[in-house]
Write a protein that binds this ligand. Structure first.
Ligand code: MD3
Ligand code: FE
Length: 213
């Protein structure tokens, strides 16, 4: 269990019921995690997807694991193949799965076993507008998110798009677990500020672990 009163990494920052930031939880593993991200991207390159509405997303994406999330003219979906290339997704590294299960357990969600891992890459200016994640079958399962590289301002709101939002900075090594009543909160990422991160260069990477089916 985390010591909530320690001032050394990692420390837990509750955001809302069911949502907690585990600050710097994977800071020391950051370089190894990024190496795995680059290996996955070497097999299935980052790709700016086109939304069903015809817009090119500013965030570039790839996936690993049994299922991957993508979007095309038919809509948003999880599938065993990249709809852009027809290729199967590379397997989820054991280190990824272990980290997701352990972070979820630390946040009170025992037995989390992700089957999908979406990797987002942000370049300067890239953003994610407020949205809900509800393409997964069992919304009682949490989502675990890992931030690497450049920092970004994360926005989270309520259960209605128009609800007031709070802003928090997510930095290299931060892990956020979203479950319980927070699972359906609207959330997004403000446009990335340019910078150079020693391990990630001009990018921010975000890895989300999900139970899709
Ligand atoms: C709150 N990614 O991929 S991670 C996404 O930083 C996504 O790339 C953002 O939103 C990113 O869908 C945010 C934090 C996060 C992930 C999933 C959530 C927050 C969430 C699901 C429900 C509520
Ligand atoms: Fe999301």
């Amino acid at each position: 269990m985390l010591d909530l009163f320690s001032d050394e990494a990692p420390w837990a920052e509750p955001l809302a019921e069911g949502a907690v930031i585990l600050r710097r939880l994977v800071r020391d593993e950051g370089e190894a995690l990024l190496k795995s991200v680059f290996a996955i991207a070497a097999q299935n390159p980052f790709h700016h997807r086109i939304t069903p509405g015809g817009h090119r997303m500013s965030v570039a994406m790839t996936n690993c694991g049994d299922l991957g999330w993508s979007t095309d003219s038919r809509g948003y979906q999880y599938s065993e193949h990249d709809t852009a290339t027809g290729h199967q997704w590379p397997p989820m590294p054991d280190s990824f799965r272990a980290l997701a299960t352990s972070a979820a357990a630390q946040a009170g969600f025992a037995g989390f076993n992700p089957d999908a891992c979406l990797i987002n890459r942000y370049e300067p200016g890239a953003k994610l507008t407020l949205h809900q994640d509800k393409d997964e079958k069992d919304l009682r399962q949490p989502i675990v998110s890992v931030s690497l590289g450049l920092p970004a301002v994360f926005q989270f709101g309520g259960f209605d798009r128009a609800d007031a939002t709070q802003r928090v900075l997510l930095e290299h090594g931060d892990v956020v677990v979203w479950g319980g009543p927070s699972r359906l909160r609207f959330h997004g990422i403000m446009p990335l500020k340019p910078g150079i991160h020693p391990l990630a260069g001009p990018y921010r990477y975000n890895i989300t672990f999900r139970r899709a089916l």
